[in-house]
Design a protein around this ligand. Sequence first.
Ligand SMILES: C[S@@+](CC[C@H](N)C(=O)[O-])C[C@H]1O[C@@H](n2cnc3c(N)ncnc32)[C@H](O)[C@@H]1O
Length: 345
Amino acid sequence: MQVPRQCFRHRYPETDFYAEKNRDKVRNDTYKSAIEHHADKISNKVVLDLGCGTGILSVLCAKAGARKVYAVDAGTDIASQAANIVEANDLSHVIVVLSGRFEDVKIDENVDVIVSEWMGQMLLGEEMLLRVITARDRWLKPGGVILPSSGTLFMAPFTNSKRYLEQIEFWQDVAVIDMSAMIPFAEQNAFDLPNVDRIKDENLLADAQVVKHINCYSITKPELMSIEESFSMKTLKPGVVNGFAFWFDVEFTGLRQEEEQLSALDRMDSALVLCTGPSVPPTHWEQTLIYFPATIQLERGKAFTGSVTLTQPTEHKWLMDIRLMYRSNCGCVACSKQTELFSPF
Ligand SMILES: C[S@@+](CC[C@H](N)C(=O)[O-])C[C@H]1O[C@@H](n2cnc3c(N)ncnc32)[C@H](O)[C@@H]1O
């Protein structure tokens, strides 16, 4: 049995964190294709790799012909590893590794391209997008390129009774002892926080809904502090809803205004999209699952309606409040969770 992991763990300094990312072939291949696809915008240009980690994206940009790459990471250990990797690949004449928070490092020129792998759970986890905005407003030249250029957060109701039973129901009878008294405690521990876990397309009971589309060229910090969206989802099949699944795509179109004219779902057809949903090859992000306190029955043909609000409380900016309102057979139900956005620097 796969035990669901809780998300937003504090693990930047661990080698495992970087190993997990560098082992994610879908992630690596999409970034590589995107950088190669945009080689004309990178060749002979100055690039900022924000949160470079091992330096993988800096190396890809250097190979795409960048004149100079500033590779910045606040983790001093990983920044020195990046420097070793740059040297081992004979790219020290192109890539400058800067160890420190990018807010504090000195970069004396504006850049043509910002590349970053900033996506956390539910897209906004790790708070790296706020940093991309700061770097964009500080260093990106007019007409410069941001990779990825946009991102979209999706949600859909899911059924996963098997996992629920694995986690909870076995307490009913352990070695012929009634341990059902454990159930409320087990439920609280297993499902109180968002779960990072993998589901399949067949677990989804309704069409996915866009929660937020983010254009990296124009998004502002206040827009990220409070996101509210109402939903009315078409039911695909009847079933027991255990909660909502969230996942995201990011798009490497490189486009600015043009992409705003396309609908978020149309863009999914484009080749340069990193998808983390249940119907595509898995990534290390998996999906973020928010379990309801009580299951509800979804009927065929009826719209599933409600709203979702994601807010960062002003007094505790490192937290995200997740509030879901939905109509069920028993009327309107509210489900609130709180999770850490996890920002170590
Ligand atoms: C998700 S990792 C991406 C690593 C690498 N770019 C890759 O694709 O494998 C994000 C990185 O951003 C770094 N980071 C977070 N906040 C930062 C800040 N304020 N300034 C510089 N680096 C930061 C972290 O140390 C971490 O290595």
